[in-house]
Write a protein that binds this ligand. Structure first.
Ligand code: FAD
Length: 383
């Protein structure tokens, strides 16, 4: 294999390039990204960038090695699997091996005439930062991790903040025990939480300044921000023969078809129960890009991909780290501390065989949390 093309311009693409070099691939690497900026991290966009503390300098990741050919503002528009060619507006790009890492974009619920505010790219972050300077009240539609992080930063800036969601924010992701705790902290910080079963409609053109609930209730604010999930950037592959089902379907080694692998937010993979699922998170993008490149280079000799399922969020002064599927059910076992005391380590369904572990303002490092699920903690480690 002499030529590898990586499509995408963020953490999965960057990790793929780094892994190619770590695996001693000494052929040509071309990266096609539709972004203006070189690969950057999205994690601070809802935190330091929105608050005005961080700029492009702080978010751009380690530069790609000099001998990597990075094409910015170059969207891949199609793929010819037979000719092993990626199509772009500047012409076709041939590959021996292809890594697809085109990630996801913000889901929108507004009408085409509305200038709906979302947060996915650095430009979105700058626009919202400027919006936030001008307004006194903010309505966040969607109380997932992103919506609650935006709410947290807006409160930090002294704005009047309301979050509206279909169900109690974070319950579905963190379980009811931790979800309730984070909501209580958010409400103490001054956030209003409103439930709108059935969803809301954005009102106002071009810029929405209100939402309407199914029962006709109207909520108004100077600024309405949608944080209602994301959609994989896979449309450019329609008709190419790449398996698509809510994202690019990859096998247990992140393969898509011969000489083609995919990684990060754009992928779906079979879970233990056989259902296809996305795992959009920073750690998954990094780990899956490493695994994808190894199977591109080493085929069946590469290990199968085993996601660590680690995720974290920072909001309202809480540092929440978790491993395992994001749907803990029932009461957790308390491994250390307590939520009431402000620091806790919790496990589901029990302490002996945890399937999910959540650390709230707890000092356990991510690597140790991951070991708690893999069973490695049962191996004898030096004290
Ligand atoms: C505001 C925000 C905060 C977050 N905070 C956290 C957090 O605290 N913890 C956490 O675990 N995760 C967090 N995440 C999620 C995390 O950032 C993503 O899971 C991660 O960025 C996924 O990386 P990726 O490379 O797969 O995809 P993306 O980051 O979506 O990157 C895909 C890249 O491909 C480019 N692209 C798309 N289509 C094409 C095309 N056709 N041709 C060329 N290029 C294309 C895109 O422009 C983009 O550069 C956050 C996300 C956001 C938006």
């Amino acid at each position: 294999m002499r030529e590898v093309v990586v499509v995408g311009g963020s953490i999965a693409a960057l990790t793929a390039v780094e892994t190619l070099r770590m695996e001693d691939f000494d052929g040509r690497i071309t990266v096609l990204s539709d972004e203006e900026l070189p690969p950057y991290t999205r994690v601070p966009l809802s935190k330091g960038v929105l608050a005005g503390r961080e700029s492009a300098d702080d978010v751009v990741l380690a530069p790609l090695a000099d001998e990597v050919d990075l094409h910015l503002r170059t969207p891949a528009t199609g793929l010819d699997l037979e000719a092993q060619t990626v199509l772009t507006p500047d012409g076709p790009v041939r590959y021996d091996g292809l890594v697809i890492a085109t990630g996801a974009r913000a889901r929108r619920i507004g009408t085409p005439g509305q200038s709906e505010r979302v947060l996915r790219s650095y430009e979105d972050g700058l626009r919202l930062r400027d919006d936030l300077r001008r307004v006194s009240s903010v309505l966040v539609v969607g109380g997932g991790f992103l919506g609650m992080e935006i709410a947290s930063t807006a409160r930090e800036l002294g704005r009047d903040v309301t979050v509206v969601d279909l169900a109690p924010p974070l319950d579905r992701l963190l379980g009811t025990t931790v979800g309730r705790h984070v909501r209580a902290v958010a409400e103490r910080a001054g956030v209003h939480i409103v439930l709108a079963h059935g969803g809301v409609r954005l009102l106002g053109e071009p810029t929405p300044t209100a939402v309407e609930t199914p029962d006709g209730h109207r909520l108004e604010a100077d600024l309405v921000i949608s944080a209602v999930g994301d959609l994989p950037n896979a449309e450019w592959l329609a008709g190419s023969g790449v398996p698509l089902s809510g994202g690019i379907v990859v096998d247990e080694r992140c393969r898509v078809s011969p000489y083609v692998v995919a990684a990060g937010d754009v992928t779906v993979m079979a879970t233990d129960d056989g259902a296809l699922a996305r795992t959009p998170s920073w750690t998954n993008a990094v780990e899956q890009a490493r695994a994808a490149v190894r199977s591109l280079l080493h085929g069946d000799d590469a290990p199968e991909y085993r996601p660590s399922r680690y995720f974290w969020t920072e909001q309202f002064g809480l540092d929440v780290k978790m491993v395992g599927p994001l749907d803990p059910q029932g009461q957790p076992a308390v491994l250390d501390g307590s939520l009431d005391a402000g620091s806790a380590l919790l496990a589901w369904p029990d302490a002996a065989t945890p399937r999910q572990v959540v650390a709230v303002n707890h000092h356990t490092p991510p690597a140790k949390l991951k070991r708690m699920l893999t069973g490695a903690r049962r191996t004898q480690l030096p004290a």
